[in-house]
Design a protein. Structure first.
Length: 55
């Protein structure tokens, strides 16, 4: 007794897609070595209160 239909023709001639060397993904393509900074008019206490609210 089977658990569904099985079509052997779907299994024939299936090959893994070949990826050429130039199609790969570089993990260092978007590496950023800079810094991030921002200025805020809020006091340290206001920022800490906001953080507590978010928690």
């Amino acid at each position: 007794m089977g658990f569904g239909s099985y079509d052997e023709s779907e299994q024939e001639n299936q090959e893994a897609g070949e990826i050429e060397d130039n199609e790969g993904v570089s993990v260092h393509e978007n590496t950023h070595d800079g810094s991030v900074s921002f200025e805020s008019d809020a006091s340290q206490e206001e920022l800490l209160d906001k953080l507590d609210d978010m928690k």
